[in-house]
Ligand binder design. Structure first.
Ligand code: ATP
Length: 231
């Protein structure tokens, strides 16, 4: 379990977190949903270890965290194949070529493996970034608006690719979004964040198997209603 104990964080006199507490179960997908500027990315950066906090403690996280950023941060000088290989190389006793192909195929970029990032669309780059995050062995995967700016069909395609990777290699996923669809389709648990300092206004568990959610529109809409009526 990941535990945040009394975490506080201020940027000068702007207090984003004040004695913030949270426990996250292992191997689940959880989501921070909230208005722009409430502190979701700050929280994710603190969990990832890329941002220092002022006080409190965090348990259950080693240094081995994958992070999918809003901008994909692929290596511009490397092909798609080599972007994936780069993170696989640190694993011993694996067939790097075979695994690279597997990850590229899951995100349906087989025909583009020798392309460079600048030759890809935004959605394709996001797919590489997701494949790379799974290729990198870690217990925890953090994602900041991973499907942002994609049209609905592409988003669904990417969510399916993501779930295929996750089902094969369960790990704890914490992601940030202000897109209700993403939250509803992926999460075991949604935390609604709001306020300054930020608070968990509500937490909701989604009890529909993830792969069935797209088809179960009515059930999903019940959750949607609950989430949109929270004040
Ligand atoms: N390095 C920083 N220095 C000063 N202020 C910052 C810094 N990083 C974030 N902030 C401020 O902290 C607040 C929370 O920012 P954060 O990026 O965590 O919000 P968010 O909920 O992720 O927003 P969005 O959904 O728009 O990405 C904002 O008011 C932002 O301006």
């Amino acid at each position: 379990m990941i535990k945040l104990n009394n975490i506080s964080k201020a940027f000068d006199d702007l207090t984003i977190l004040k004695d913030f507490n949270l426990s996250i179960d292992e191997d689940k997908i959880v989501c921070f949903l909230g208005a722009s500027g409430c502190g979701k990315t700050t929280l994710l950066n603190i969990i990832s270890g890329t941002l220092e906090y002022d006080s409190g403690s965090i348990e259950g996280i080693d240094n081995n965290v994958s992070y999918i950023f809003q901008d994909t941060r692929l290596l511009p000088w490397a092909t798609i194949e080599n972007n994936i290989k780069f993170v696989l190389k640190s694993n011993k006793n694996i067939n790097v070529d075979q695994l690279t192909k597997k990850y590229i195929d899951i995100v349906k970029l087989g025909k583009f493996s020798d392309y460079y990032p600048k030759q890809l669309s935004g959605g394709m780059k996001q797919r590489v970034s997701i494949a790379r995050a799974f290729a990198y062995r870690s217990e925890i995967l953090l994602m900041d608006e991973p499907f942002q700016g994609l049209d609905y069909d592409l988003k669904i395609e990417l969510i399916n690719a993501f779930l295929e990777l996750w089902e094969e290699d369960n790990r704890t996923v914490i992601f940030v979004t202000h897109d209700l669809d993403e939250a509803l389709l992926l999460s075991d648990k949604i935390y609604i964040l709001d306020g300054r300092p930020v608070e968990i206004k509500k937490e909701i568990e989604i009890n529909i198997p993830k792969r069935e959610r797209i088809k179960q529109k009515d059930k999903l809409n019940d959750y949607r209603k609950i989430l949109t009526t929270i004040k």
